[in-house]
Ligand binder design. Structure first.
Ligand code: ADP
Length: 464
């Protein structure tokens, strides 16, 4: 569906992003940012930062010279500003990131919660770590971006923030609002750009710490850049990928499990690091259960992010679409495609898809889209499956559906995962009460939105 621009002036707005530095910005090329659901919709333009801008930003960076309570007041004002600018932020999230309206609401709420939570947690005693680099992904371009920046600012650091190359516009608007709320320009600078700018930011000897969310491969590159260029012990907080599994045994409530699976695997088009990737269903219930599951998949509505009826929007860009489509094509060629919905012809859509695997050991990489892999298991094999899941090395989320109380304990004692969900959907976190983060290849900890998170942004921070 084309955007009904005439109805809504916000949808005709062209946004512009450029580096926001406390000093002069070098001249750079400008390119368009388009809407994933409708490539003819030019959402705005971006002027990425150059390597010279990175040097200039480090030169101009100064820690936030304000008391803890002054910082808290300003971060709360920034939260107020985000709430007051609900409409443009909302439309921009839908247009730039292709997120559905419920996802946009949840994301804006989370961004505001992060600002208020870290404002309330701002440490009184600790000294800031210095110049903190925040590198964020496109899948939560407002919430994760704001969360990292708010934490680093609450601890009094100078922040250099680099949003993902796909989503510079929402980050530019968020930083503008934070500046208007009173965060000084030298304490928060924005450097839009790609991996080259991320690499430059994490290779400067003056970096005091890095908060990163993205792929495991990039986290490893950043770790090696820091080892080479930064002071020993410079903290890296990394939140990375996962090969998240769920086990449904024959005592599970099928309706509850199916609802949870649909949300966990297909909400946000599967573009969440917490999303369910590999489902294990006990063999004796599998045929009936798969029939129910595919029926529920058929009820999902694929469509434009700004349509209220849409359950599943587009994936972020053509590169992502092609990678997922190749994975599905391989499964089809191997006779492992169990079910797939039809895919729209325009926009970067991938329809919800179900693929059979022998187990998680068949999955070599995280497929960041609406693709669920399913395996069956025999009774008595629970221990073996848990070993296979742990052997992937990842440890982000895990789900279990059972009505056997002993089993909840047995599995929880053995599974390596940052967040475990029992008899519910495998989604997300709540800032302040359910912090989020993984172990192993999935992340370094501490968990975002939790009580220990800010410690790592201080010079007196915990072990590295
Ligand atoms: P994704 O698969 O989610 O795009 P990436 O790890 O590639 O994961 O991207 C996450 C963030 O890391 C983005 O802001 C991206 O620009 C940045 N990035 C990519 N490569 C590097 C790098 N070598 N050094 C630092 N940051 C990088």
């Amino acid at each position: 569906a084309a955007i009904d621009a005439a109805r809504d002036p916000l949808r005709r707005t062209i946004w512009n992003a450029k580096p926001l530095l406390a000093t002069d910005v070098s001249a750079g090329a400008v390119h368009n940012v388009t809407n994933p659901a409708d490539p003819s919709d030019v959402v705005g333009t971006v002027q990425p930062a150059t390597p010279d801008d990175v040097t200039a930003a480090f030169d101009a960076a100064q820690i936030w010279d304000a008391t803890t309570s002054e910082r808290a007041v300003i971060l709360n004002k920034a939260a107020d500003a985000l709430e007051a600018q609900f409409a443009p932020l909302f439309v921009l999230l839908a247009r730039e990131a292709g997120k559905t309206l419920p996802d946009c609401v949840a994301e804006l709420r989370e961004a505001v919660d992060f600002l208020r939570y870290y404002a309330a947690q701002a440490p009184f005693e600790a000294k800031p770590a210095g110049t903190y680099v925040c590198i964020s992904p496109w899948n939560f371009p407002l919430a994760i971006f704001t969360g990292q920046v708010a934490a680093a600012l609450a601890a009094g650091n100078a922040v250099l923030a680099k949003p993902a190359e796909q989503t510079p516009l929402i980050a530019h608007l968020a930083v503008t609002l934070m500046h208007e709320a009173g965060v000084p320009a030298h304490a928060l600078q924005l450097l839009p750009g790609g991996g080259d700018i991320g690499a430059a930011l994490t290779s400067d000897a003056r970096v005091g710490g890095v908060a990163f969310t993205g792929s495991t491969a990039t986290a490893l590159k950043i770790r090696s850049n820091l080892a080479q260029h930064a002071a020993p012990g410079t903290p890296l907080i990394a939140e990375t990928g996962g090969l998240n599994a769920m086990i449904v045994d024959s005592t599970a409530l099928p309706e509850q499990a199916v609802t949870a699976i649909i949300e966990s695997a297909f909400q946000s088009v599967g573009q969440r690091c917490s999303a369910l990737r590999c489902l294990y269903v006990q063999e004796d219930i599998a045929p009936a259960f798969i029939t129910m599951l595919t029926g529920a998949m058929d009820a999902l509505v694929l469509g434009a992010p700004w349509d209220l009826s849409t359950d599943v929007g587009p994936v972020i860009d053509e590169t992502a679409r092609q990678g997922i489509a190749d994975h599905i094509a391989t499964a089809r060629a191997e006779g492992r495609l169990l079910h797939a919905l039809p895919t729209p012809q325009t926009g970067t859509y991938i329809a919800p898809t179900l693929i059979s695997v022998n187990g998680i050991e068949d999955m070599t990489r995280e497929i960041f889209g609406p693709v669920l892999h399913i395996a069956t298991f025999k009774s008595g094999h629970m221990h073996r499956i848990l070993q296979d899941i742990n052997a992937t090395g990842y440890g982000l989320t895990f789900g279990l559906h059972t009505r056997i109380d002993d089993r909840v304990q047995f599995v929880s004692d053995r599974i390596l995962a940052g967040n475990v969900y029992v008899n519910r959907n495998q989604i997300g976190a709540i800032v302040g009460s359910q912090p989020f983060g993984g172990t192993g290849l999935s992340g370094t900890g501490p968990k975002a939105g939790g009580p220990d998170y800010l410690l790592r942004f201080s010079a007196s921070g915990e072990a590295h």
